[in-house]
Ligand binder design. Structure first.
Ligand code: GLN
Length: 195
């Protein structure tokens, strides 16, 4: 069975576990860096990227996360997790994991719209995906190898670059598991390529 890790330092961990299980894969909550060896792909959940970064450093996770990203195993960053994956963050000199060729802006939908729901057409995933945005970032610029999967009001809110998938919203907060399912398929494909 496909094993999907969910980084369990902070944020919406439990909901991702349920979503992965609903897609017929096994979920592993990752609390120690050694556990990364056990899984075929990794979800970086939403939460607060600065807090997550502090915990990543505190528990000495950063090198292991970067190695995981180089290993060819897929990674899926949702909301704060997308910020962790991005190579560029507006207003910051350094990225966090810094592997996906996108420039993101944090909290970019305005204070008065801290949280909202929008119907998205996500290429290859769903034409009618009810996406929950919570103090969400968006992708301001994407490199040439990045496939744009969804936009909301002309802003890029979901994208894929090879084995890296990122979205601005929280796909785990509804019972629509199609985006998580898409990620599980990415993991299956990567495993076939690795054989
Ligand atoms: N605003 C958060 C950040 O910048 C992300 C919010 C979320 O993950 N829901 O890290």
């Amino acid at each position: 069975m496909i094993k999907v890790g969910v980084l369990g330092l902070q944020g919406a961990v439990r909901e991702h576990v349920l979503s992965v299980e609903a897609c017929g894969a096994e979920a592993v909550v990752i609390k120690r860096k050694e556990q990364l060896d056990e899984v075929d792909g990794l979800i970086l959940p939403g939460g607060e990227s600065t807090t997550m970064r502090r915990l990543i450093d505190k528990y000495d996770f950063m090198d292991s996360l970067k190695q995981f990203a180089q290993s060819g195993k897929p990674m899926f960053g949702t909301c704060a997790g997308l910020i962790l994956l991005a190579k560029h963050i507006i207003g910051y000199d350094e990225p966090h994991i810094g592997v996906m060729d996108v420039r993101v802006e944090r909290n970019s939908f305005g204070r008065q719209r801290e949280s909202f729901e929008a119907d998205l057409n996500i290429a290859g995933v769903a034409e009618d995906f009810a996406a929950v945005f919570i103090r969400a970032p968006h992708i301001v610029e994407a490199g040439e190898n990045v496939e744009i999967l969804a936009k909301h009001n002309d802003r890029i809110v979901a994208a894929r670059e090879g084995r890296f998938l990122g979205c601005s919203f929280h796909p785990e907060l509804t019972d629509d598991h199609r985006l998580t399912g898409y990620f599980v398929e990415m993991i299956k494909e990567s495993k076939q390529l690795a054989i």
